[in-house]
Design a protein around this ligand. Structure first.
Ligand code: GLV
Length: 333
């Protein structure tokens, strides 16, 4: 029997390509060519499966050009690049890569928080520009992390990792806001207290965002929310671009209405709002919160195992819309 065909939409670890090639006829975009949606559809038209990253969009137009497609395996925990309703309607399974990146991403959330609040990037740029000629009592004085109040919006597994680091490592008081309150045991483990969003914004010294992107979570932080924050506060976004109104944030940073920010994700990335590029009190990184070598490999292996699990064994590991697909089949006339 001939092998099923899959596409790897972006450059990928050679060992993961080799593992997939044992089971499938593999086409891979190893040169990382930036495909338009039309080019993507052409490469995918005869494939049963696709390995995607969070920057590869699966939408109704693409699906209609790919009649053989059965599964899209995302090498990301977030999947706002998938139109899940269109995929379910087309009978295409989506999978994501949860679990394996929690601690690495929580580490990075903390790295951004520390770098922003203690002005690490800003002072390094200044030093490299040759401006350091003497010690001063107030040189790049920032805001303390230890003993301060950490507000986390989005208390899933990554948010909980950030809470544990803050509470146990830095003696922070942790407050959080989430769609639903966590059970008492998890709250105790994270030493975290549930509060309303407004209370969180008004009382936190540092606010970290870890909510998934949905139409409802768009601009969770806009001008009104920024106005509630302390002028000494730090804002960190390791969630998704669009959770923060980047133009409003740049204005708040420029006018020192909040002290600092650390951003790993942006509205319209890889473009970055030009105003963010000119304000000094923001640390900017190119969507690398999960990018340790070990974690990126684990994410890639999980996406590959979802393709093998589903197309070869009929059992995906981390499906997103399996139940929706089953109920659609059950209710079909
Ligand atoms: C990264 O942004 C992810 O969703 O895994």
């Amino acid at each position: 029997m001939s092998k099923q065909r899959i596409l790897i939409a972006r450059a990928m670890f050679p060992e993961v390509i080799d593992k997939l090639a044992v089971h499938f006829e593999v086409e891979s975009n190893q040169e990382d060519a930036p495909w338009s949606q039309e080019e993507f559809a052409k490469h995918l038209a005869d494939k049963q499966g696709v390995f995607t990253t969070g920057s590869d969009r699966i939408d109704a137009a693409l699906l209609s050009a790919c009649p053989h497609l059965k599964i899209c395996a995302n090498m990301a925990v977030g999947y706002n690049n998938f139109d899940i309703a269109a995929m379910t309607a087309a009978g295409v399974l989506g999978t994501n890569a949860p679990g394996v990146l929690n601690e690495t991403t929580a580490d990075f959330g903390f790295a951004l928080l520390m770098a922003a609040a203690r002005r690490v990037s800003e002072s390094e740029h200044w030093l490299r520009a040759g401006q350091w000629d003497r010690w001063r009592y107030d040189l790049f004085a920032g805001t303390d992390i230890h003993g301060s109040t950490l507000g986390i919006i989005g208390m899933g597994r990554i948010g909980q990792g950030i809470a544990r680091r803050g509470a146990h490592g830095f003696g922070m008081q942790v407050i959080y806001h989430n769609r639903s309150q966590l059970d008492a045991a998890t709250e105790a483990e994270c030493k975290a207290r549930y509060v309303g969003k407004e209370e969180l914004l008004r009382s936190a010294d540092h606010v970290v965002l870890v909510v998934p992107y949905t139409p409802e979570s768009r601009h969770t932080i806009g001008a009104a929310e920024l106005a509630m924050m302390k002028p000494t506060a730090t804002l960190v976004n390791v969630a998704r671009g669009g959770i923060v109104d980047d133009a409003a944030l740049a204005a708040a940073l420029r006018e020192k209405r909040i002290a600092a920010a650390g951003l790993d994700v942006f509205e319209g990335e890889p473009s970055v709002h030009p105003d963010l590029l000119t304000v000094p009190n923001v640390v900017l990184t190119p969507h690398i919160a999960s990018a340790s070598n070990a974690t990126r490999l684990a994410m890639a292996n999980l996406a590959a195992d979802n393709l093998i699990g589903f197309l070869i064994h009929g059992k995906p590991l981390t499906p997103l819309n399996l139940e929706a697909m089953a109920s659609k089949t059950a209710s079909a006339p």
